[in-house]
Design a protein around this ligand. Structure first.
Ligand SMILES: [Zn+2]
Length: 93
């Protein structure tokens, strides 16, 4: 392809122009989803944290005998799922 900035002939697979450093069109397009993924990561971290806090609160209540056992088991399972999900996502990226 031809660099939009300086007109140099660059590889079709090039991320930036070797001559002027201008990012290629493909990179600009692939950068947007990466930014969205970063935002999703924050949302996930926040959700995971809230679920873990809720789980901790419910577990302490369950320990005091204020909640039926199935509810605390469900919350603990949910917290475990969120934790595993976050770890799996972190490994993929
Ligand atoms: Zn260039």
């Amino acid at each position: 392809m031809i660099c939009r900035q300086c007109g140099a002939e660059i590889s079709d697979k090039a991320i930036v122009c070797y001559r002027c450093g201008q990012a290629t069109a493909d990179t600009a397009a692939s950068r947007a989803p990466a930014r969205r993924a970063a935002r999703l990561g924050w949302a996930e971290a926040l959700t995971g944290l809230l679920v873990l806090i809720a789980a901790a609160l419910l577990m302490s209540r369950a320990a005091a005998g204020q909640l039926p056992a199935p509810v605390s088991y469900a919350v603990a399972a949910l917290a475990a799922i969120v934790l595993i999900w976050r770890i799996a996502r972190r490994r993929r990226t």
